[in-house]
Design a protein around this ligand. Sequence first.
Ligand SMILES: [Zn+2]
Ligand SMILES: [Zn+2]
Ligand SMILES: [Zn+2]
Ligand SMILES: [Zn+2]
Length: 143
Amino acid sequence: MGLLCSFQNCYICGQIGATIYCCGRHCELSFHLPCAKQGRCVTQFITPYRAFCPTHSPEQAVEATPEPGTQCLICMEPVEDRKTFSTMVCPACKTAWFHRDCIQGQALHAGYFSIQCPLCRNRDAFRKDMLTMGIRIPYSHTR
Ligand SMILES: [Zn+2]
Ligand SMILES: [Zn+2]
Ligand SMILES: [Zn+2]
Ligand SMILES: [Zn+2]
């Protein structure tokens, strides 16, 4: 990723130099990393660093739908009425809903060893789901 000179057009902004390709079967969409979020593309920050266009993006396996009026546990703003690119749920308790941006902010702050569901404090299943969904969770240098 990134070393090959690319003349592919980014399907989100239309400019050339797109170096990220969707891993979906027979999918030829490519895009720039900075454009991914705007295009609702999932880019995974764990090996093998796969990326997906919206059509081929992974979905959270858990079956859950937010109650009407459900708020993000982190910013207290309403979430969407179902799981989406930007509305995510804890796979363990299925009652903690939050925005992608909000949990991404927490993940950067907490780091790999401290990231947990803000509600039930589950770590393993929670972290696995967040990584699959393209949340970047850095290895923290602080203890
Ligand atoms: Zn682009
Ligand atoms: Zn695709
Ligand atoms: Zn939020
Ligand atoms: Zn939870």
